[in-house]
Design a protein around this ligand. Structure first.
Ligand SMILES: [Mg+2]
Length: 389
């Protein structure tokens, strides 16, 4: 079997609410989506809900090759970008190709990807994640409450700009999740908005009121000394890693005792890179947590990682409207996958064309810029603030 072609389809989609964190508290409800299709001479097509223009250069490396040799192809692509490094847009393109190749491999095997990757069951524990700094108290309650109705007993909240608001909102999340478990797992995420010093000071205050399971990105992703200082000075575990580029970045954090839980994400790592990072963490007895992704498709890998604890779910269906189906659902607090081949993603091509022909009057900024003042001081939330762009 040979790889013969690819197709990259881009589109803009509207989410039913803004996505917001401390760097962009007012939120953004438009997003740019991509679908990468890898074609073969035997008519089987691999799909990844990702991809960018860098795929064009990388395709030359994999064209004509057998798609089943996924890890070898990943190495060839990793070597190809050698001097510039497997990072940024190049890493995102390699990741997209890698996901599409794994989808192909499982489809060729006529089995779900979780089985190809060696999982026993197609299931992994879920935690709810608001990505909703702009949400009102009532919306926060409703979001976690709906998740709790599906058995989810863990939640992560975006915080960082106001201690008063943060404490109140953590309490709302806790109350909603308490339906499932008297002491739900509570996590907070500041997306590198705080400095290490601020993280320690502010987390010590939060921990007077709540038992926090992990604090996510309390310092810059590469700041192993800052992260280590936070880890030593707060009760919560320090989690980071969703924006790292691969095992080399993760290794320096682990060997410097700077991280307690590794967040692994599909955007930069793909399935091959995420599995490498998870294995590295496993060697040091550290748990990993899979980052949120459209249609929760990375649950296939999460189910096959022995040191995986729980995966982030976002749960707003509007983000999934280019898919006809994705063959997984949240049941009793777990993402439960079915037996469809590959990732189980079925594309709704009519919906895709509609989105591609929709004019929203503006192009969203998907680069998620860091907010002015981040790492320097605590800026109060100003509802009228739009200078993050
Ligand atoms: Mg995060």
């Amino acid at each position: 079997m040979k790889i013969t072609g690819y197709r990259l389809e881009k589109y803009i989609y509207k989410i039913d609410r803004g996505l917001a964190d401390a760097n962009n508290p007012s939120g953004e409800d438009l997003s740019i989506g991509s679908l990468l299709f890898l074609e073969t001479d035997e008519g089987v097509t691999g799909i990844a809900p990702a991809g960018n223009e860098k795929v064009q250069d990388l395709f030359k490396i994999i064209e004509g090759q057998d798609p089943r040799s996924v890890v070898w192809l990943w190495k060839k692509m990793d070597d190809f970008v050698f001097k510039g490094g497997n990072q940024g847009e190049a890493a995102a393109a390699i990741s997209a190709i890698d996901v599409a190749l794994w989808d192909l491999k499982a489809k060729i095997n006529q089995e779900p990807l979780w089985q190809t990757l060696g999982a026993r069951h197609g299931r992994t524990k879920a935690y709810a994640s608001d990505i909703g700094y702009c949400m009102k108290d009532e919306d926060i309650y409703n979001f976690y409450s709906k998740m709790a109705d599906n058995g989810v007993d863990a939640g992560k909240l975006k915080i960082g700009l106001s201690m008063e608001d943060d404490l109140r909102r953590i309490g709302i999340m806790k109350e909603a999740l308490s339906k499932v478990r008297e002491r739900p797992f509570l996590m907070v995420d500041v997306n590198e908005y705080w400095s290490p010093k601020n993280s320690i000071k502010l987390m010590n205050e939060i921990e007077k009121h709540y038992d926090i399971f992990w604090i996510e990105e309390p310092a810059r992703r590469w700041d192993y000394r800052g992260l280590r200082k936070v880890s030593k000075s707060v009760k919560a575990a320090v989690a980071t890693g969703e924006n790292l580029n691969g095992i080399s970045d993760v290794t320096s954090l682990i060997t410097n005792y700077s991280v307690d839980i590794i967040n692994i994400g599909v955007r930069q790592l793909g399935i091959t890179g995420a599995r490498q990072c998870a294995n590295m963490a496993h060697a040091y007895e550290l748990p990993v947590s899979m980052m949120n992704c459209q249609a929760n498709y990375m649950a296939h890998l999460a189910a096959a990682i022995p040191n995986h604890v729980m995966m982030e779910v976002f749960g707003t269906p509007d983000r999934e409207h280019v898919f006809k189906s994705w063959d997984n659902e949240i049941q009793d607090g777990f993402i439960v996958m079915g037996n469809s081949s590959g990732l189980g993603l079925e594309i709704d091509y009519d919906a895709l064309r509609d989105l591609q022909n929709t004019d929203y009057g503006r192009i969203p900024n998907n680069s998620a810029p860091r907010r002015q003042g981040a790492g320097l001081e605590i800026k109060p939330l100003d509802e009228n603030e739009v200078d993050w762009l």
